[in-house]
Each structure stands twice: as C-alpha cells, then as structure tokens.
Design a binder for this molecule. Structure first.
Ligand code: HEM
Length: 156
C-alpha cells in the first residue's frame, strides 16, 4: 500500500479534477456566489475552482523537504501502514465526491503488481540522465511514452 500510494502521490493519475467552492459542493464547477475558502482565500462569484493532486503530491509545504523523493516509508509509522488524510492526498478526491472505485482500483493494482513482478524484471529503457517529462491531460502521462525493458525472470 505504501509503495502504491507513494507512486501515486508523485505521479497522480488524475492531474486536476475540477472542484467547486465550499458553497457549491457538487455542481456547478464555478462558484455560485462570493466565497472564502478554508485557508482564507477569497473566491469571487463565477470563479472556476480546481485542485491539482499532481502538484500537491510534489509540494514541499504539503510533504516536507523530501517531497520529490520516492519514500514509501513515509506512509509507515512504526512499520504499520497509516492512511493519509485524503485532503492532503487527494488522488482519489475527498469528501462527498470521493472516488467510488478507490478500493477496487487498489485491489486491481495489487493483483497486477503481484502477478507481474514475480515473473518479470522491468526496467525503464530511457536515458538515465534524462528525467521523464510529465504530459498534462485528464490523466497524467509521460511525454513521448515511457519505454520499458521486460525480461522474464529465471525460474528457481
Ligand atoms: C487509480 C485509479 C483511480 C483513480 C486515481 C481515481 C480517481 C478518481 C477521482 C479523483 C475522482 C473524483 C473526480 C471529481 O473530482 O469529481 C473519482 C471519481 C469516481 N471514480 Fe475513480 N479513480 C480510480 C479508479 C476508479 C475505478 C476502478 C472505478 C470503478 C470501478 C472508479 C469509479 C469512480 C466513480 C463512480 C467516481 C464518481 C464519484 C462521484 O462523483 O460521486 N474509479 N475517481
């Protein structure tokens, strides 16, 4: 769980789902009236409000000075997995519009990871000196794709 969450914190699959102001919890996407967000930000009527889980997963203010490092252990306390506040880790959204398929998606990911890493060695096949470039969209992708090398593990 901690490894999967750490991957999705650094590379959130949804990049910026649309969100509305406090007074318009469901639809529409635009503030229905002047509003003040929980952090004191003033939102004028008609303003489009969004949040950006990809950016939030890489913010020092949210995750600390090691925010860009892959550190699954940050999800563990004394070796035990502790789920993060969904408003801090909104990859599946939070509150009344939280993803209804979250648990299913996590089970699917665990099944795929278990089925693949037991049988194959997988390595990124791009230039190690060139970091993959994020391509914004409805869901996050890597610009130009992410070539990988897959090798069947030798049977023991
Ligand atoms: C890694 C996989 C997934 C991620 C990261 C994800 C993320 C999200 C996010 C961010 C939202 C909120 C969108 C908004 O702002 O309104 C959402 C909504 C939703 N998701 Fe997922 N999702 C995933 C997989 C799934 C799966 C597998 C299902 C179904 C089996 C599913 C069903 C839904 C539904 C029905 C909603 C709408 C909830 C509502 O508006 O009341 N999702 N998801």
């Amino acid at each position: 769980m901690s490894a999967m969450n750490e991957c999705m914190a650094l590379g959130s699959p949804p990049t910026n789902p649309e969100r509305r102001s406090r007074n318009a919890n469901l639809l529409p996407t635009f503030a229905e009236e002047d509003d003040i967000l929980a952090d004191g930000t003033f939102v004028r009527k008609g303003t489009r409000v969004t949040y950006h889980p990809y950016a939030m997963g890489r913010m020092e203010r949210v995750w600390g000075s090691d925010c860009l490092e892959y550190k699954p252990d940050r999800w563990l306390k004394n070796g035990i997995y502790i789920p993060e506040n969904p408003y801090k880790y909104p990859v599946f959204q939070a509150g009344p519009r939280v993803c209804l398929g979250k648990e299913m998606a996590l089970v699917e990911m665990k099944c795929v990871v278990l089925a693949i890493i037991g049988r194959f060695n997988i390595r990124v096949a791009t230039d190690p000196n060139q970091a993959p470039r994020f391509a914004p969209g409805l869901t996050a992708t890597v610009r130009g794709g992410l070539p990988i090398l897959v090798q069947e593990r030798e049977a023991n």
